[in-house]
Each structure stands twice: as C-alpha cells, then as structure tokens.
Design a binder for this molecule. Sequence first.
Ligand code: SF4
Length: 91
Amino acid sequence: MSTSDKMLAGAVKTEAGVELNGVLLKPVVEQCAGCDRVRNFDEQQFCSSYPVPARKWVGGRCNFATHIKTESAAKAKVNPLKASKRAAKGR
Ligand code: SF4
C-alpha cells in the first residue's frame, strides 16, 4: 500500500480520539489509499480535508480524492478511441 508520509498538522490526541480544531477525526477508509490528502498521525491515517472519510465514499467516490481524478482522466482517454471505432464502423 502506498502511504503518504505527510503529518497531520495541528491535530491533538484526546481521550475521545484524534481531534483537529475540536473536531473528532475518523481514520481514512480503504478507498482513500493513495490519495494526496491522507495524513499520518498517531500511527493512523486521516484525511486533511474531511473528519469522516468514510462518509465521503457513501454512494460514490469522494469528490476530493486526488488519486481518483487520475483514474477518471485515464477513462476519458478511452472515449475518443471508442468514438473513432464508431466512426470507422460507419464507413
Ligand atoms: S480527500 Fe477523500 S479520498 Fe482523499 S483522504 Fe480525504 S476522504 Fe479519502
């Protein structure tokens, strides 16, 4: 698993868990692996943008996921290919 070595700035460990600016943070979920916004703290990984990463993946992709953007860009490249195949069939 490729993990980021960036630290979560400003986070504190409390009895309830890891907090940032008074907000309790939940660790990142599986889908976050490879995202640029993943931060390390207290041997766990958190999102620098959302306190509850799992919620960002409910019913679809996290719209801030940096690693997913790359994937959709790769998919976008496939589309012109399909279009040219369609054009070739029409000939
Ligand atoms: S931005 Fe989204 S994908 Fe990236 S770490 Fe945060 S919740 Fe996960």
